[in-house]
Design a protein. Structure first.
Length: 254
């Protein structure tokens, strides 16, 4: 039944100028064809002002400045426009937020003392999965307010999780377990998307064809990004936690 709906959506969209699915509320604009991608920068004054403000606030924090640079790539560079066209680009966008920008921000404002991880892990996992339910995902790409709710909740819940991971405490085992669990839940979602028998997202029912992909191939590529390359920042975080904990134990009393 969903395949029939997607086919109908594709037929309706291809009757419109450019062959695109028209989504009036999409934040990054209509999906660009390949020839126009590098001209598709997002120069929204509100986003630029927010990034400039963060730069000023975090100017003495290298990790914070790196996080701002990652968010610039996600929200200002042509990746923003590409994520309107391709689900796989949207996955890359989300991975940059929750697995790169969020831990960098957490390093700047990490927790102190023994911090429970079960609640932030559960919250960040629930937020990630809920926003990849087709109905909520398609709504976010068709409504600017919901789009920003998606972005802020993904980033905020991820920062909460990573603050607990980087908290200063004696025992690293729990934190390493939750780093592995964080990647495992993302990898599980990626596997579901990779092996889904049909495309799930109406928002990407048409534009992938202009990029030489079917919607299902685009979805599978997105699942693979979430399943495999997204593990790199989690592995890096595990190494940081282990090294920091080892240094803390080594410098302690004999």
């Amino acid at each position: 039944m969903r395949q029939a709906h997607l086919a109908a959506t594709r037929n309706e969209a291809t009757d419109r100028p450019g062959g695109f699915l028209i989504m009036d509320g999409i934040y990054c604009g209509q999906p660009p064809p390949p020839a126009e991608l590098w001209a598709s920068w997002n120069l929204d004054p509100a986003v630029l002002a927010a990034l400039l403000g963060l730069t000023a606030l975090l100017r003495r924090e290298p990790a914070g400045l790196a996080a701002v640079a990652v968010m610039f790539v996600a929200f200002v560079s042509p990746l923003c426009a590409l994520s309107s066209a391709l689900f796989s680009a949207r996955v890359l966008h989300h991975v940059l937020l929750v697995a790169v920008a969020a831990p960098l921000l957490a390093v700047v404002r990490r927790g102190r003392g023994r911090t429970g991880l079960a609640l932030p892990f559960s919250a960040s996992t629930a937020v990630l999965w809920i926003w990849h339910v087709p109905a909520s995902y398609d709504l976010a790409l068709s409504n600017v307010a919901v789009y920003w709710l998606m972005q802020l909740t993904l980033l905020g819940s991820a920062v909460w999780f990573w603050r607990g991971i980087f908290a200063i405490e004696d025992a690293p085992i729990d934190r390493l377990v939750f780093v592995v669990a964080g990647f495992a839940q993302m990898g599980m979602l990626g596997a579901i998307l990779t092996f889904a028998p049909a495309p799930l997202y109406a928002a990407h029912a048409v534009a992938p064809f202009l990029w030489g992909l079917t919607p299902l191939q685009d979805q599978q590529l997105g699942g693979l990004i979430m399943w495999v390359p997204a593990g790199v920042p989690y592995a890096a975080a595990a190494i940081v936690v282990a090294r920091r904990s080892w240094s803390h134990l080594s410098s302690g009393p004999a």
